[in-house]
Design a protein around this ligand. Structure first.
Ligand SMILES: [Zn+2]
Length: 181
């Protein structure tokens, strides 16, 4: 069984890093970020988000999204579930990211990257020589820290909700800075 921290956590963490980078940039320059600056910022945010993924994976977790709804018998069921959960977690932050979806798409891709690599490796779509995070992506990890399942789910849900709140708050702060007076 492929196991990882769940897709919403990594997607939302990428979005949060992106929103924080834009908010800091605009605060420092006292003006909205320009398109070229945003494109340039997407690169370091992608890299930082990919490394933040490894940090998040160090928190005790269980791949509960992959078990939701019982077995239906589809091929690579865990992947469909992770994808669906990833889409659902976009709903509460959509208003905060949709106008800059290309930038935030890159941020979310950075947050997900190690798991995309892991999924590709486990599905035999990606050769081991090209794996950038071998200790992460070539090993199955369910790092529970000995905690019960309900505690692991609770920790992750609280973390995701807190990050969603932060993405929305930073977005509101950016909008408020643009309004005169
Ligand atoms: Zn991972």
């Amino acid at each position: 069984m492929f196991a990882a921290m769940n897709s919403p956590t990594h997607i939302v963490s990428g979005l949060l890093l992106g929103q924080a980078a834009l908010a800091a940039w605009e605060r420092a320059r006292q003006r909205p970020v320009r398109a070229g600056e945003k494109a340039a910022l997407a690169v370091p945010v992608f890299v930082v988000a990919a490394f933040a993924h490894l940090g998040l994976d160090a928190i005790p977790h269980w791949f509960w999204v992959g078990h939701l709804g019982g077995a239906v018998g589809l091929p690579a069921e865990w992947l469909w579930r992770a994808g669906l959960a990833g889409l659902l977690c976009l709903l509460p932050v959509w208003a905060a990211v949709r106008r800059e979806w290309l930038f935030f798409g890159a941020c979310a891709a950075g947050g997900l990257f190690p798991d995309l690599e892991k999924a590709a490796y486990f599905l035999h779509l990606w050769p081991r020589e090209l794996v950038l995070f071998p200790s992460h992506s070539t090993a199955v990890s369910n790092h529970t820290g000995g905690l019960p399942m309900w505690a692991l789910v609770t920790i992750e849900v609280i973390l995701v909700c807190a990050m969603i709140g932060a993405v929305r708050a930073l977005h509101r702060a950016r909008l408020a800075r643009r309004e005169p007076g």
